[in-house]
Design a protein around this ligand. Sequence first.
Ligand code: ZN
Length: 277
Amino acid sequence: MAMTTGSERARATLAYLRRKITTGEWPVGSRIPIEPELAEQTGVGRSTVREAVRSLASVGMLETLPGRGTFVRSAAPTSTLLNEFLADFTLEEILSYRRALEIEAAQQATIHRTEEDLAALERAAAEEVGCTRCPVLGLATGGEDSAFDSKFHRLIFDSAKNRLLASLYAGINDQLRTPEHRGRLANVATGSEMERDHARVLDAIRRRDFIDAVHAMAEHVDHDVVIVTDQHQVIPPLTRTPEQQLRIDQVREAADVREASGAREAELREAEGRARA
Ligand SMILES: [Zn+2]
């Protein structure tokens, strides 16, 4: 990589370290390589590495413990100030806010994602296939260290290239993890529904279709984390009238038809390829 100025080197180093964390290559709780190793990997001086580490520590992603090394603390930037602020709001308000963030991030990801982002999203979607953990693994298994958020969702925020969105999202996830909220939340979709939802969001981001991205994500967040009452009644983050639901069903049917015809075309192309070979 041809880097000319010091600030470019600093930015590239910061992006390199951040990506290691957001993609999960350095999982939360793990110790990152020591400074000289990182300097060698990135081809920059140790002071540049130190500066990048400090910057990630200041947003809560890394923590340096004297004599023990530097550890990954959060897969996204977090802020104590933000957490204190969000603590004043109800779970209903927080979930509705999460909905807005997820949809905006999905839309921005269709515009700003790189090929590298897309590859990371595809890997994450493949890893999370068939499991209902999205993004409530922490809710199901408990334990403070268990990853609450799904890597797939986190990478969408990473692809959106907006640090504020990512930061706010991390704050929301921290709030959902608190004991008073955790017990009221549930995941009402099956593993295959989650898989289908993620495939749709991913497909929209791949095609850079920012309209499909919004619909796919809006539908997904209706059932991936919802409030469940003591009477086991599900309260989605947004309640629709029957007319609105009908309109949504129509859009979904159109997407199903397009998906099916896309799959048929792919099959035909494959068959043609085999015939030629
Ligand atoms: Zn999801």
